[in-house]
Every structure is written in C-alpha cells, then in structure tokens.
Design a protein around this ligand. Structure first.
Ligand code: HEM
Length: 145
C-alpha cells in the first residue's frame, strides 16, 4: 500500500510533465500548421496516454486499499468528510477518471483525421482539458506537505 502510494506520488510528476509536453507540442503543431509526425507527435501523444492510464490503474487500486479512499467514505459517510478528506476520497478520483476519459477521446479522435491540423487540434483540446481537470484536483497540500 505504502509502495503504491509512493509510485502514484512520483509517477504524478512524470504524467504531468509528459501531458504538458504533449499539449504544448500539439498547440505548436497547430500554430505552425505542419504535418503530424509519426516519430515525434504520435509517440509523445501515445506516451502521455499510456502513462496516464497506468496512473489511473494505480489510483483505482489506491482508492480501494488506502485509508484515504473508499475506507474513509465508509468510516464517516459522504457527509462526514471534511474538505481535505473529500478531495482525496471523492473529488480527486472522480475528476481524474473524467480527465483520463477526455484524454482517451482525444487520442481516438486524432486517429480518425488525416490532416495534421485536425490531429493536433484533437490532442490540444482533449489532452489540454484533461490536464486542467487533473490540475484542479491535485491534493497539493498532502503531495508537497
Ligand atoms: C493522472 C491522474 C492522476 C494524478 C496526476 C494523481 C496524482 C496524485 C497525487 C500527487 C496524490 C498525492 C500523493 C501523496 O500524498 O504523496 C494522489 C493521491 C491519491 N490518488 Fe491520485 N492521481 C491521479 C489519478 C487518480 C485516480 C484516477 C484515482 C482513483 C480512481 C486516484 C486515487 C488517489 C487516492 C485514493 C489518493 C490518496 C492516497 C493516500 O493518501 O493514501 N488518483 N494522486
């Protein structure tokens, strides 16, 4: 359990960094109207997709085994959670699942398009929204505290 939490905590830096790079790259690609490159653009976006899915899996396990997840809800009930506990047990898990669904949609959509411009736009919008969702519900105080 402790080791999973540690992995989730360190992988968070990598996931956030790679998502930033993928979104930045997609915005620059859109702005310069260049072709979507298999060696660079495809790989960066796929890498961000895979890492966020690994983080999702670890998060899901944590939700069931950690005392800050489901057990916290069961102990005091939804209404009994203070804002910090609610962030960990409810908001962070829910919002991150939505974020990763958005990222997955962005990935699937980009594959349907032929034009680089549309591929970049799909990644920029959906990965960008996903990243904002994730950032909005990071338990910063616990992570850096
Ligand atoms: C890309 C998505 C995600 C990122 C960047 C992320 C990041 C983090 C960070 C930084 C922490 C604090 C770790 C610490 O205190 O050292 C945390 C805790 C936690 N996360 Fe995530 N997370 C993500 C997705 C998820 C998902 C999808 C779930 C569940 C479905 C989840 C469940 C949890 C739980 C239960 C904790 C509290 C663990 C504990 O304190 O015992 N996370 N997450």
């Amino acid at each position: 359990m402790e080791v999973l939490k540690l992995v989730h905590s360190y992988l968070a830096y990598v996931v956030l960094a790679v998502l930033f790079v993928a979104v930045g790259n997609a915005i620059l690609g859109m702005a310069s109207n260049r072709i979507f490159n298999l060696h660079k653009d495809f790989r960066i976006s796929l890498f961000a997709l895979i890492l966020s899915h690994i983080q999702l899996l670890i998060g899901l396990i944590l939700f069931f085994v950690s005392t800050s997840g489901l057990k916290a809800i069961q102990a005091v009930g939804m209404g009994g959670l203070n804002s910090q506990a609610r962030l960990l047990a409810v908001e962070h898990p829910l919002i991150n699942i939505v974020a990763i669904v958005l990222i997955t949609i962005g990935w699937s959509r980009h594959k349907k398009f032929m034009e680089g411009q549309k591929k970049f736009r799909s990644i920029a919008i959906f990965y960008g929204l996903g990243l904002l969702f994730i950032l909005s519900r990071i338990p910063w105080a616990q992570w850096w505290g």
